[in-house]
Design a protein around this ligand. Structure first.
Ligand code: HEC
Ligand code: HEC
Ligand code: HEC
Ligand code: HEC
Ligand code: HEC
Ligand code: HEC
Ligand code: HEC
Length: 465
């Protein structure tokens, strides 16, 4: 380290210690938080004094943790020691007055809200600005169907005669695709659905009944058990228990008020119940243009301490009973089958969910005449190994392994080939391993003409007991 940097650091330390004396005497309000922290059962006691965090990657002191003492690292790739808090949250990191510290937070509680995600998550070198567009997650998610809701909007408008075809014209936000060429089914642009008084009567009802407390990534959730969730990236990557209670150790976050993530933690091991904060919670009545919630959900499980729901809970709340499903659709979590391109989008705009769906039953089970398609994992930084690493399963997948390929050629890293007709799958959330049965060589009676799940369900239906 150069001499001038030492001088600089020594100067900073002096400044901080002088400032610390001032802060401790001038406004001790912050002291309540480390004191409360120390009072939590099992907490490691911390001294009640002002100690700055100087993240290794920014070198700039932050005082957020003086009050948010004991807060969980949001993830190993985003540890507070390395990047601090302000890089995501903004705020005034040198303020010890909560109102001042928070006045400039990005997105209030949630820096991954779609309104600010480009400034926080989307910073160059984080999840934006890459030559490899697959890594520009913020751009991808903004165009994705769960963000634009283009399919839902088109369906409602078409049904009520506000547009003459099912081709999507509007989204929750306007989007443009500058990339060429476009994949099959992709659109060049969407307009923003106009505010309630500007258009067709249908749009007014759509705004009021579906979009304002709806199910897309920028809408707030219903503040009710089973529905609690966040918005933006956090809608999937920050786990909310069905009861919406915080169980981490930041003393500033109320533990008895629902509507918080279970912990300050990002995960890629997203359990089915997280997706289900939006999905499988009821039905949309097109006729009433309203959401009719399920009435058969069991009482919210008492204290789910892990992301892995009890088996019985899974069978009762995974899918609503009106639909037929196979056993593997309930046993596995949604992300065991649905890829990151299906969930975060592939960077293009779609107006119908079927244009983006990529995984079929045969992706894992093959057909009467062929086993599933595979490819060899060759790139240590490629998607398959990156996802396996983030999921903490480097023991499952190594360079040279053969993993399944989806219809569009994306890897499904959690299913690998172990012999000519043997495939092993690891649950991304549960860690359970399964041997995947093949259609090839079985007594399966499928006619080979379609892979539609309704067809398979004619013979393969789970008995939910
Ligand atoms: C003086 C103590 C104090 C300091 C310093 C402080 N906070 Fe907070 N923070 C709180 C308290 C208390 C809450 C609970 C909500 C409230 O009362 O505002 C909170 C809430 C939050 C929330 C949730 C906001 C919401 O709307 O739910 C975020 C995010 C947050 N703080 C981030 C930060 C960051 C980032 C910093 C540093 C730039 C920081 N805080 C500095 C005390 C503090
Ligand atoms: C990688 C980005 C990132 C970093 C780094 C980060 N946070 Fe957060 N934080 C988030 C996201 C995203 C949420 C929103 C969670 C949600 O909406 O449920 C959040 C939520 C919070 C909340 C609100 C929790 C609640 O449920 O009320 C507080 C408080 C908070 N962060 C404080 C901090 C502090 C203090 C630090 C530094 C030690 C920090 N964060 C570091 C991304 C980050
Ligand atoms: C914030 C609510 C929300 C969350 C959370 C959510 N979804 Fe969705 N999802 C939607 C909406 C709304 C649509 C339909 C969009 C349309 O058709 O316009 C959708 C569509 C889909 C589709 C079909 C179209 C496509 O994009 O491939 C799949 C598959 C899907 N979701 C899977 C998931 C999985 C898996 C998760 C959890 C990792 C998840 N969803 C979490 C709201 C959500
Ligand atoms: C609708 C759910 C959903 C939303 C919203 C979402 N993700 Fe993801 N994300 C996933 C799934 C599913 C995976 C794949 C996990 C796996 O298969 O291991 C993933 C994986 C990732 C990965 C790992 C690398 C990769 O490309 O797979 C990163 C990084 C990531 N997401 C960032 C983001 C960011 C940033 C946002 C917000 C702009 C976001 N995600 C929003 C579902 C979501
Ligand atoms: C065993 C694999 C598997 C699991 C687990 C799974 N899906 Fe699917 N999903 C599929 C397949 C395959 C399709 C395409 C069906 C077709 O084309 O007939 C599909 C279609 C969909 C669709 C679009 C079609 C529609 O009917 O709306 C959505 C939305 C969806 N899945 C969401 C989810 C959610 C949410 C979960 C978790 C609760 C989940 N899936 C779990 C395999 C799975
Ligand atoms: C991501 C991989 C994957 C996808 C996609 C998938 N499955 Fe499965 N399937 C499995 C695994 C793993 C098992 C074994 C589960 C076990 O051993 O408990 C299985 C078991 C089965 C079985 C034998 C057990 C039974 O239920 O009788 C059938 C039949 C089956 N799946 C049908 C389907 C159908 C139909 C679809 C499409 C809707 C589908 N699978 C999609 C992974 C998958
Ligand atoms: C007309 C009825 C029928 C239809 C339709 C059908 N199957 Fe089958 N399938 C069977 C029978 C019967 C068996 C052999 C008995 C068994 O193992 O359950 C079987 C076996 C299988 C097996 C091997 C199960 C094992 O445990 O070894 C898989 C996987 C499978 N089918 C998948 C599918 C998929 C995917 C579809 C849709 C494309 C499908 N089947 C459509 C009747 C059907």
């Amino acid at each position: 380290m150069s001499k001038s940097r030492w001088v600089c650091l020594a100067g900073l330390a002096l400044l901080l210690s002088t400032a610390a004396v001032y802060w401790q005497e001038a406004d001790p309000a912050w002291q309540v938080w480390p004191t409360n922290h120390n009072a939590q059962p099992g907490a490691t006691s911390v001294p009640v004094h002002v100690q700055a965090l100087v993240p290794t990657q920014t070198g700039k002191a932050e005082l957020c943790v003086v009050c948010h003492v004991g807060i969980e690292d949001i993830s190993p790739s985003h540890s507070a020691q390395a990047i601090g808090c302000a890089v995501c949250h903004g705020g005034e990191p040198l303020a010890l007055d909560a109102d001042i510290a928070h006045a400039t937070l990005r997105g209030g509680r949630n820096p991954s809200d779609p309104s600010v995600a480009a400034l926080s998550c989307g910073q160059a070198g984080c999840h934006g600005g890459y030559a490899n567009e697959e890594q520009n997650h913020v751009d991808r998610v903004a165009k994705s169907l769960m963000a634009t809701y283009a399919g839902g909007i088109a369906l409602v408008r078409f049904t009520f005669g506000a547009q003459s075809s099912l081709t999507a014209q509007y989204g929750v936000s306007a989007q443009k695709d500058l990339g060429q060429p476009l994949p099959v089914g992709a659109l060049t642009s969407l307009e923003q659905l106009p505010a309630s008084d500007a258009l067709h009567l249908v749009d007014q009802r759509l705004q009021a009944n579906c979009l304002s407390s709806g199910c897309h990534l920028s809408s707030p959730p219903w503040p009710q058990p089973y529905y609690y969730r966040s918005t933006g990236c956090a809608a999937c990557h920050v786990y909310y228990g069905n009861d919406g209670l915080y169980r981490g150790s930041d003393p500033t976050v109320p533990r008895d008020q629902p509507g918080h993530g279970q912990a300050h933690r990002l995960t890629t091991a997203i359990p089915f119940c997280q997706c289900n904060h939006c999905h499988n919670r009821g039905n949309y009545s097109l006729k009433q243009m309203a959401f009719l919630p399920r009435e058969d959900l069991p009482p919210v499980a008492p204290t789910p301490t892990t992301l892995v729901a009890a088996e019985v809970h899974r069978w009762r709340e995974c899918y609503q009973p009106i639909g037929d499903v196979t056993k593997c659709e309930i046993e596995l979590d949604c992300i065991d089958c649905h890829t990151s391109a299906e969930t975060m989008g592939d960077g293009h705009i779609y107006g119908n969910k079927h244009d983006l769906l990529d995984v079929q039953c045969r992706t894992c089970h093959g057909t009467l005449t062929a086993p599933p398609s595979v490819a060899t994992v060759q790139d240590p930084d490629g998607l398959a190994l990156r996802q396996a690493r983030l999921n903490g399963r480097t023991d499952f997948l190594s360079l040279g392994d053969k993993v399944l390929l989806t219809g569009r050629g994306g890897p499904l890293w959690s299913v690998k080939q172990t012999a000519a007709t043997e495939f092993v799958q690891v649950g991304k959330v549960t860690g359970k391993t399964y041997s995947v049965p093949l259609v090839l060589g079985s007594e399966c009676l499928q006619d080979g003409r379609t892979q539609k799940s309704e067809y398979c369900h004619q013979c393969h239906v789970a008995d939910r007991g």
